[in-house]
Structures are given as structure tokens and as C-alpha cells.
Design a protein around this ligand. Sequence first.
Ligand code: GLA
Length: 401
Amino acid sequence: MPDADLDRQRAAARAAHADAFGPGPTWAAYAPGRVNLIGDHTDYTGGWVLPMTIHRGTHAVARARTDGTVRAVAEGYGTAAPLRLGEPVGDRPLWQRYVLGVAREVAARADGPPGGADVLTTGDMPIGAGLSSSASLAVAVGLALAAAWDVEIGETEMALLAQHVEHVDAGVNCGIMDQVAVRSGRAGHAVLLDCRSLAHRAVPVPTDRAAVVIVDSGVGRSLAGSAYNERRASVERAAEVLAERGVAGPDGAPVASLRDVTAADLDAHADALGDLLPRARHVVTENARAVAAADALAAGDVAEVGRRMAGSHASLRDDYDVSGPELDRLVALAHAAGSFGSRLTGAGFGGCTVNLVRPDRVEAWTAAVREGYRRETGRDADVFVVRQNREAGVAAPGDPA
Ligand code: GLA
């Protein structure tokens, strides 16, 4: 489908690359951000998630070099000191660790040692708002460098590569939802992803019945890293406790994650789980909600999707304890203004809510939510409708724009 906006952005990104590094042919990759409709804090326990891409994202423009160095510029952030491939990425500013960490990983998959590259990144993602700006950056850079160095990297491998960089270079023990959504999301569809097998299926989103609306609370997520890693550790511990108690999965082996745990298992071992019980209960119930919501979405039953979203928010707030006063206000205001569903999206601790709203009600709904949020919190909320959900891809030198 022609996408004039994206072509214009790509042309501007290439022009910025020429300004930074001089004229010449370039590979220009794009990776969108994502919003998660339902299924949060389930991916790192091998569970179910239902994200979709959005129309905001990251462009990465690359040209190969021959001297073994990677030079990087990020519009709005600055210029990295050149890195010789093979040298450690080290303790650089976060954006550089993503770009140079991805370069190291793509280079490791090349046949011979690649000769280096000049990379420029730019985009229109809100950073740290829970819309996967970092996965978008990592996948865009990965696509651009793989093309510039002629390295074959499949979609799932690219997602895993970007996740690895998040773990080792950024220090966040994230799951795989964001990277798969960003790399493999398809226009007009959400992705129902089984985070254990990484099998996924595209589920049509009936935007004629419900607009997908994102509301940014404006509350940053500076503590997200440590609190996130702590939540992950607690549900891994919960699975160990259940395995020690003899809880087995369908194959008869002790459970390796909460994926195979049932509500009845949690009840039976509540005493052993102690404080871990609400955390584990969130994961178990959220998996069921995500699968049910995907079925409802596929059937066009947006009211049912909305009910599951409401259950998800309550569980993230009460059992998983990753919401906050601003996100809870936004969800309450969304319901009061009339939506099918509303919930925090992504890791929580600030960031955004995702909402399903009747298309002819979006304007009035937006005004009511913005007004109420300002009145109740003194803050401005950024509200935007997902206009289209873009796909990741790469344009060769000479391709349009
Ligand atoms: C962040 C992580 C994901 C996922 C979500 C919560 O976005 O990067 O892997 O765990 O939080 O669902």
C-alpha cells in the first residue's frame, strides 16, 4: 500500500544521513513502535500477548564502510565516538548502546568481518512512554545494517537479536513481545504471539468498529528497569516454588514457567506462594484474557475485547502492582467518557493507556478525557488515534524516496 507520509520521512532521513556523512547510496530501514492490546507481563513467562504496530516509529539509514568502524548519529541525541567492530560497546549513552550493540550482533552473523558502517537514526516515537521505542530503534538499525552488509537474518532471529541487545547492553531483562511485534506486525492486524514457541498469527483489527486510541499519561518510567526486573524475578520464583511442590504441566514434567499453571494450582499452593500469589495470579489470569480477547477480536466482538481489557487493567493494578494514580485516573475517565475498553499498556509504572473507542465518538471522548485529566491531575495527556499500523521494512539504494 503506498504510504506517502512514510516515503517523505524516509527521504528526510536519507537527506539527514547525507548531511552527517556525505552523499552516496544508502539502505533505509523502518521499524514501527507497538501498542499492546492485552497480555502484559506474560511474555517473559512464556505466555500470550496481543500487540499491534502503530504509525510512529524509527528510521535507520546505513551505508557500509571499509575501515572496520561504525559511526552513528541519532537526530536529537548527537554523534557517537566511532567504534571499531570487535571493541566492547561499553558504558555509553543508552541510544549508542542500542545502535552499537545491534551492529556487533549483526556483524557476528556476517560471513566475513564487515567493513563498518555510517548509521543515522531518526523517528517520531515518544521515548520511554511504553510504546517500544527501544525495540523500534534496535530492529530498524538491525534491518539497515543487515541490508548494508548483505547478512540474511530471518524475522524471528532479528527479534531475538534485538532482545539480546536489550538484555546485555541496556540491562533490561525484557520478554520477546515488543521485538516480535515490531518486526513481524502486519498492517490491519494485531499479532497473537505465543511467547514460548514464538509462533504467532495475525488477528484482524476491526477499526471500523473501534478506533485504537493511545493516551500518554506524561508520567515517565525512570524506575521501570529495576522494578521490571524485580517483577520478572518474582514470577520465575513462583514457578520454581510450584515445581518444588510437584506441580506438573500437561507433559507430566515439573512446570518450567507459569504458562502451564492453572488457577486451581495457585489455590492449592497458596500457602507456599505467600506474597508471590498475587503476582502469579496476574500472569495466569492474563494469559486466559489475552487468548479470549484475540478470539473476540477475530470475531469482531469489540465489546468483549473491552471487558477483557478492563479485567487486565484491574489485575495489573491490584495483583501485579504496576499501575499508578495517573494511569488509574485515565482508565476511569476513559470508561466515564464511554469506551469499549481501557487499560495501561506495556510495562506500566507510567507511560500510556490503550483504549478502544467507537470511531464516531473519538473526538468527544478525547476532549472529555483530556479535560478530566487536567482537572484531576493538573497534567496534559497526549492523545492519538492509531491511524494505521505500519510494517517494518527496508528500502534499497535507488528505491523510491
Ligand atoms: C516491556 C517489555 C516487554 C513486556 C512488557 C510488559 O514492554 O519490553 O517484554 O514484558 O513490558 O508486558
